[in-house]
Design a protein around this ligand. Structure first.
Ligand code: MG
Length: 228
């Protein structure tokens, strides 16, 4: 589930309600986006702003001025993981967002995220994804056993693997442009994911190529395709 299960359930993206909805559908995992506030609180939201409040330059207390339409405040990563731990069988796919204030803040967010996952004993149910290659490397350094998938699509499987990162999560068009990459990654023992795959034709094509994971806004459709 990409940002939780929200589209057909009419829930806010990245809300705790959307995480619970992913568990109700018995999905493999639910993806969510993590940002660092000005006062070093990790929060879960897709955009750089939460209903107009810029996350990187706001305090957590300032973000509480706004709410999701379902009444939830912006979830902290701590709240999100604690909720996720109760949803047995669901993996937490933690996307570490690139901080607009620079790579140092991105790496700070990566370090704090790994610490949070460890402190909450959620290492066995958490996988990491990031567009920042430096962040993927940092997470690998701090959590060598973790599953990490690089998102940006600009590096070959061999280049990613050499850096110790054990997975790829690329836009599905990347696997069309580079037709051997999915199999190249598998030959290296890497796991492969594609985003954001919302049509039956694209889902079938990737399933035929034995992709490991598909990230989608349409998990109900993907479940139907998999049952066929
Ligand atoms: Mg994301």
């Amino acid at each position: 589930a990409h940002r939780g299960v929200w589209k057909n359930s009419h829930l806010p993206q990245n809300s705790i309600a959307s995480l619970k909805a992913a568990h109700e559908l018995k999905l493999f995992g639910s993806e969510f986006d993590v940002h660092l506030t000005k006062d070093n609180i990790l929060v879960v939201n897709h955009d750089n702003d939460f209903y107009g409040i810029d996350i990187a330059t706001a305090t957590y207390a300032e973000l509480l001025a706004k709410k999701h339409p379902n009444g939830e405040s912006i979830p902290t990563l701590e709240e999100y993981i604690k909720a996720g731990k109760k949803l047995k069988g669901l993996r937490l796919i933690l996307e570490l967002k690139t901080n607009k204030l620079g790579v140092e803040r991105t790496l700070e967010a990566a370090t704090k995220s790994v610490e949070m996952v460890k402190n909450l004993n959620a290492e066995k149910i958490t996988d990491y994804i990031a567009f920042s290659f430096e962040a993927c490397q940092k997470i690998h350094e701090l959590a060598p056993k973790a599953n990490i998938q690089y998102l940006n699509g600009d590096k070959s499987p061999a280049d990613v693997n050499t850096a110790g990162i054990n997975g790829l999560d690329y836009h599905f068009s990347v696997f069309k442009k580079n037709a051997s990459w999915l199999q190249d990654a598998h030959k290296l023992g890497m796991k492969v994911n594609a985003w954001t795959v919302n049509t039956e034709d694209e889902m079938k094509s990737l399933i035929d190529q034995k992709i490991d994971f598909i990230t989608t806004d349409e998990p109900e459709l993907l479940l139907q395709v998999l049952r066929k």
